[in-house]
Design a protein around this ligand. Structure first.
Ligand code: PEP
Ligand code: MN
Length: 357
């Protein structure tokens, strides 16, 4: 994918290293939106204000968002602060409302439930054909990297080049400490497949509780994620959705001051992670080599008994020459060093003779 770097999406993003997105789970009232946005806009690192105006709720009768009326509130956020705005869209109709109000919305995101449905994503993509607007795609609820990539591809195919991903964790089938399982290997794999795709971590939806947000956010920064999306509400206790995971703007400010951003992280964790992957492969191969050697020695032991019974000497020069010749040519074809092959075989053969005698 030939993507436009996030720094080129908007002038406000031009010299940031990590993008910080903050704002309430849902836009509830004009006051709540404006008060939260104003307090957030005093935090230097935050450049994008998020607010859900159409809310995908698990069961009906929960607060399902204000709908298009809230677009006006977001317009006020934009005129009264320096923040860019982002909203979740799930249907072509949502997109139409956003595109008709470019003074309200700068960035769109696709939620986890929508990403899981290729039909919905395709409809969204069609509605965005020929439109130049940045879109973030949250990971699907289920830990299926292809489905996540598929959603990104559908958008890319209709011409969306300002694309990003949001890692919000995966639905846990068993109760765990967090609301959602991070499965860090999935965003890491996505990053290694698409190095230019910005991946933002959403510690709020992984955590489910404010007390876990810091550890998750720090981990995300340590593995070089490109930013954070953190739910922030002027009065979280009164929030109509996700009350337990939203920070106040003050709490967000202290959190951002506490977190170590990539530049400050002494060890580059991407290197550590790569190193770990290499070492795991090597460990696994070493154990396989030892298992094979043990198997070889077992057979050698049986052969020793067989030779003794049949009065055959343990060492047979012709056989040894044959072993050397055939293994050497096999190993050379594999790119191994000649002296190394010879030394290794001598070592193994010596042990084999010992075993037989
Ligand atoms: C949200 O961002 O408030 C939201 C609904 O998130 P998700 O799609 O990750 O569940
Ligand atoms: Mn939420």
């Amino acid at each position: 994918m030939n993507l436009i770097p996030i720094n080129k999406w908007h002038s406000q993003l031009s010299d940031i290293k990590q993008v910080i997105i903050a704002g309430p789970c849902s836009a509830e009232t004009e006051n709540q939106v404006l008060q939260t946005a104003k307090e957030i806009s005093n935090i230097e690192q935050v450049k994008i204000f998020r607010a859900g105006i159409w809310k995908p709720r698990t069961r009906p009768n929960n607060f399902e968002g204000i709908g298009k009326e809230a677009l006006k509130w977001l317009e006020n956020v934009k005129t009264q602060t320096n923040l860019l705005t982002a909203v979740e869209v799930a249907t072509p109709e949502h997109i139409e409302h956003c595109l008709l109000n470019p003074q309200s919305v700068d960035i769109l995101w696709i939620g986890a439930r929508t990403t899981a449905n290729p039909f919905s994503v395709q409809e969204i993509a069609e509605a965005l054909k020929g439109v130049d607007i940045p879109v973030f795609v949250k990971n699907p609820l289920n830990p299926d990297l292809s489905l996540w990539i598929g959603a990104l591809e559908r958008l890319y195919k209709v011409g969306i080049k300002k694309l990003g991903a949001i890692h919000r964790g995966f639905y846990p089938f068993e109760k765990i400490k967090f609301r959602n399982i991070p499965k860090w290997e999935i965003p890491i794999e996505l990053k290694s497949l698409y190095p230019t795709l910005p991946i933002i971590n959403d510690p709020s939806h992984i955590a489910g509780l404010t007390s876990y947000i810091e550890e998750i956010a720090q981990k995300a920064l340590a593995i070089n994620m490109d930013g954070l999306m953190i739910e922030t509400h002027c009065n979280p206790k009164k929030a109509l959705s996700d009350a337990e995971q939203q920070l106040t703007p003050n709490e967000l400010d202290s959190l951002l001051k506490k977190l170590k951003f990539t530049d400050e992280v002494v060890d580059n964790s991407e290197i550590i992670i790569r190193l770990q992957q290499y070492r795991e492969q090597i460990d696994s191969l070493d154990f396989q080599i030892l298992e094979l050697l043990a198997k070889r020695m077992d057979i050698v032991g049986d052969l020793g008994g067989f030779k003794k019974e049949n009065n055959i000497s343990a060492f047979q020069l012709a056989r040894w020459k044959n072993i050397l010749r055939s293994r050497k040519s096999f190993g050379l074809d594999l790119g191994l060093d000649e002296a190394f092959i010879k030394n290794l075989l001598q070592f193994i053969h010596k042990e084999s003779i010992l075993k037989q005698t």
